[in-house]
Design a protein around this ligand. Structure first.
Ligand SMILES: [Cu+2]
Length: 136
């Protein structure tokens, strides 16, 4: 192969590796959920069992989010959930559902992890639709 061909091949391999990492290892393994919004509260149930499912929760920024952690195991690893951006560290009793509530102030990615940072998920907050102001 000529050097340009080698470069293209390597770039292709790198792209494939990145896609695999992004979709299979970086949290999407547990699935993605878009929060439902009854009464403006964005609520998602997250099953805690060897990981978080869904591991990615999509919400609108600037509105309250409630994650309902349903812990289906007794393994010590997941007994706490930590959301550092909001100063949250909450104990999750086994076989119970524990709600955790916060409001992402701006669009961005907010991680949640187990107490040791081994099991990971994330909240992806997006810009909410711009509301039309000043009518009437
Ligand atoms: Cu852990």
């Amino acid at each position: 192969m000529t050097p340009p061909e080698v470069a293209v091949t390597l770039a292709g391999i790198a792209a494939i590796a990145w896609v695999n990492w992004y979709f299979f290892l970086a949290g999407a393994r547990g699935g993605i959920a878009i929060a439902s919004t009854p009464g403006g509260l964005q609520s998602v149930r997250v099953v805690v069992q060897g990981g978080y499912a869904p591991a990615v929760v999509r919400v609108a920024a600037g509105r309250p989010v409630r994650l309902e952690f349903e812990r289906r195991e007794t393994s010590g690893c997941t007994e706490e959930v930590v959301i550092p951006d909001f100063g949250i560290r909450t104990f999750l009793p086994p076989h119970q559902t524990t709600p955790v509530q916060f409001t992402p102030p701006r669009p961005g990615t907010y991680e949640f992890t187990c107490g040791m940072g081994m099991v990971r998920g994330r909240v992806e907050a997006y810009e909410e639709e711009v509301k039309v102001k000043g009518e009437g």
